[in-house]
Design a protein around this ligand. Structure first.
Ligand code: C5P
Length: 219
């Protein structure tokens, strides 16, 4: 364990997409490479934190030195997160599927002349909201992400209030920005003190700056 301002702090990070099964070979998911989540995990480790990294099936490798919990679905992610509490801070960078197929088939759906399958959906738990609103073992600092395509600050601020988290890292994921799946990110950090636009930078640099801010807040 490295020395640093976050030494002795236990920080939970969620990352990657979740996969919600349709049948044993098919699923629905959000697009998420896990790049930003992994970078945040690494940056926190570099400042000496103990990192519990709860990840869905992401492309990015989990950060070296973290305690890694791998999950597939949103429900599993919630269970993993709750089992990892208490924590000093929690950062929810995962792109969790809002819905799951209400009764996934345990057999592969077959093409049939009876037509197309019709999928029914059920709402997944909101992990960020659930943790933010806990009475017991609520981390002192809960940070969410808001990927928006328009009215970024207004929508992200509304999201912060609705979910009850402390900070939101908002970003514009309009296709023209190239941020989804790309190396760079342009974020606005929303805290109690207001909205701060950060210049466009590498996802690693965003992660390092966020980790510094977390350290300043926790120590
Ligand atoms: O509501 P929306 O999905 O835009 O909120 C994004 C934030 O909420 C992210 O921090 C994401 O990780 C978190 N989230 C969650 N569980 C969900 C949906 C979103 O933790 N089911």
């Amino acid at each position: 364990l490295s020395d640093g301002p976050l030494k002795g702090k236990r920080i939970l990070v969620t990352s990657g997409p979740t996969h919600e099964p349709i049948d044993p070979v098919r699923y629905i998911a959000n697009r998420s490479s896990g790049t930003q989540g992994t970078a945040i995990g690494r940056a926190l480790l570099a400042l000496g934190a103990k990192v519990v990294f709860v990840t869905g099936p992401a492309d990015a490798a989990a950060p070296q030195g973290a305690e890694v919990i791998r999950v597939q679905t949103a429900q599993q992610m919630l269970e993993a997160v709750e089992s990892a509490l208490p924590a000093d801070a929690a950062i929810f960078a995962a792109a969790v599927a809002d819905w799951r197929v209400s009764s996934a088939s345990d057999r592969k759906l077959k093409k049939s002349k009876d037509g197309m399958p019709v999928l029914e959906f059920a709402e997944n738990p909101d992990i960020l909201r659930t943790v933010s609103q806990r009475k017991a073992e609520r981390p002192a600092l809960v940070i969410g992400f808001a990927a928006e395509t328009d009215d970024v600050i207004e929508n992200a601020t509304a999201k912060l209030l609705r979910k009850g988290c402390d900070w939101i890292v908002a970003n514009d994921v309009s296709p023209a920005t190239g941020i989804m799946g790309g190396r760079e990110n342009a974020v606005t950090l929303i805290t109690e003190a207001g909205a701060e636009d950060w210049p466009r930078m590498d996802k690693d640099a965003v992660a390092r700056q966020l980790a510094q801010r977390i350290a300043a807040r926790l120590t």
